[in-house]
Design a protein around this ligand. Structure first.
Ligand code: ADP
Length: 256
């Protein structure tokens, strides 16, 4: 798409001609469209749980509910509120990534220690769902943002737990890749991602199927946070998944 930058200027001395300045705005338009879509999605995603909360609260307030149903309604309000909190947290993380982190100074981050820290934070959730978590591999240092790397590992492990069955396993591995790159991978033996969705799971608000994601407490933003975080570190992402067998997502950091 081109935008006209100046009115045509007619040149008529020795040669006849017209000068027109055009600016290629294809990328700018795509970015604007994405921003509009994101805002529309955010509004919808925020409105749905708020409407439920408001509806349940109204019923409770009017006394239109039997005493024995009160705990069930309260539970729903609590769950929807928790969902809203997760959503707002994810949106804040994404917008911080969009603007670039407050400081783009990179520090030396020991990946294995960080992965162990993240995994221990997820221990309780994993235990409740009967999923075991492990970290293996070398202690390798990556130059980057500790906070963003933490969010990336957290989201990958959280997905490994969410899209899994009791008795499942999630493992984080840190290894040296070809020609000195560092590879952090998170592998699970969960439900897997269908082939036709694999190229879309890193998009904002994309969910393989809304019901399976919503029931598991997803916001549809986890992997787009991973994607933006990888871009910040100049890292590449590799997704390998087989439906019913499991998923492995690798973050390949460039050679130092
Ligand atoms: P959500 O918050 O819904 O989990 P994500 O952006 O993290 O959103 O992931 C997008 C979609 O990709 C999810 O809704 C889920 O269907 C699928 N997905 C992500 N990770 C996994 C995984 N490890 N196993 C199976 N499906 C996954």
């Amino acid at each position: 798409t081109y935008q006209l930058l100046s009115n045509p200027v007619y040149v008529e001395e020795k040669q006849r001609g017209v000068i027109i300045l055009l600016l290629d705005v294809t990328e700018k338009e795509a970015a604007e469209r994405q921003r509009r879509e994101f805002t529309a999605n955010v509004s919808h995603e925020l409105k749905t749980p708020l409407q439920s909360i408001s509806g349940y609260a109204e019923i409770l307030q009017n006394g239109m509910v039997n005493t024995e149903d009160v705990p069930r309604f309260s539970e729903r309000i609590y769950k929807e509120a928790q969902r809203l909190i997760r959503l707002v947290e994810d949106i804040i993380q994404l917008s911080q990534l969009d603007e670039g982190p407050a400081s783009d100074r990179k520090e030396a981050v020991p990946l294995r220690s960080l992965a162990e820290e993240v995994v221990s934070r997820l221990g309780q959730v994993a235990e409740q769902k009967e999923i075991s978590l492990s970290v293996s591999g070398e202690e390798t240092v990556v130059m980057g943002s500790r906070q963003i790397l933490d969010e990336m590992i957290y989201n990958l492990c959280d997905n490994g737990i969410k899209y899994n069955q009791p008795g499942g396993h999630v493992s984080v591995n840190i290894a040296l890749g070809e020609s000195g790159s560092t590879v952090l991978s998170v592998q699970d033996d969960g439900i897997g991602i269908p082939e036709d969705s694999q190229s879309r799971v890193f998009e904002r608000f994309y969910r393989v199927d809304k019901s399976r994601s919503k029931g598991r407490g997803g916001t549809g933003l986890g992997l787009s946070i991973v994607k933006h975080g990888a871009a910040f570190h100049g890292a590449q992402l590799k997704l390998e998944s087989t439906l019913g067998e499991g998923t492995k997502i690798s973050v390949i950091f460039p050679v130092k």
